[in-house]
Structures are given as C-alpha cells and as structure tokens.
Design a protein around this ligand. Sequence first.
Ligand SMILES: [Fe+2]
Length: 202
Amino acid sequence: MDYNYKNLVIDNIFTEDQIEDIYKHIDSAKDDQKYLQEIFSHTAYLNWLPQNIVDRVVEVAQSTTDIELELRELSFARYEKLIEGNPVQLLPHRDETFREPRLTLDIQLRASRSWPLVVEGRTFVLEDNQALTFAGTHQVHWREKIEFNDDDYVDMVFCHFSEKGVEKEVLGPYPESDAHLGEHDQKMREKAHYWQKVYNES
Ligand SMILES: [Fe+2]
C-alpha cells in the first residue's frame, strides 16, 4: 500500500447466494449499528458481515498482492438521497483516520445507476459485483458529481486491510493541526490539487 497503489477492477466477487446473505444480514442490523453519514451521503451498517463473506473478501484482496493482509474494517453502505435538496456526493478525500496503510477493496453490490469512482484522476465505473482496489490512506479518491433521483441507490461493501503485523500508527499521529504534519500527512497535503480542482468545479 503506497502512494501509487495499483487500481484493479475485479469481477465476480460474490455468488448470488452470498449477495443474498449480505442483504439478509443487513436487514437484521439493529438501529444502533446504522450510522447516517450525511457528509458522505450514505448510511453505514457497522454490524460486520457473515464469516463466509469475510472469507471471500479476504481471498479476493489477498489474490491481488503478495503482502500478507489482515482485514481491519468491514461495512456495508447505501448511498442515496438522504435529505431533499442536499446533493449526493463523495468529495475528494483520503482516509486519514487510519494511521496504518490501508488497502481498500470497494465492492459494488447492487446499484440502480452507475456512479463513476475516481482515484487521483483515473475514473472507474463499477458494475454490480465488481470491486476496485486502491490505497485509501495514500490515494485521493472521490465520486463524480451526479444527480441522484429519489429512488436511486448505490450499495457498497467497504473492506479495509492492513499488512499483517504492521507497526501501530506507523503513519504518525492523527494530524490535529497543520503546524506539525508528519511525513505522510505532508506528502498527502502535496496532493491537494486533486481536491482543489474538484472543489473549484462544484
Ligand atoms: Fe474513503
């Protein structure tokens, strides 16, 4: 996982049965496991996922790299128009809450429409049951600006992996201020042109 991590599109992540398993599991989520994240236009379901799903996403991610991976975070999320008048959007960002490098496997489960994903200027349009790899901590990523209709949705499974045995907080402490940025945060700051360009267009 680094600043130029390979972005692979992978087909056929789950079987139909596994997709059904995920939706059944999501339907049983308790209210306190559902997090409305207005800033990201989605509801996150933080009730982990069944073991057969975990095994499969680990298998898929591990097939893309020789680095021995450990699954650290796993969630389902539904993007939709949450609040009338608010655009559905995912602005450029990097996953700065993680303080160890992460390999992200973004899986599109089902969607009513296509919604291009962009990693540092490279655009990917996922189909259902396809996944994209990128380094969420090291690569700026976002979604293209589009209009969602009232009944539009995009269902995703987010999987975040780190290297097995990685030193804790190897990327340095969370950047509380600009005054003392560590090396990693400084490097990411140098990528500000990615978000400045999109912010200027929006
Ligand atoms: Fe992200």
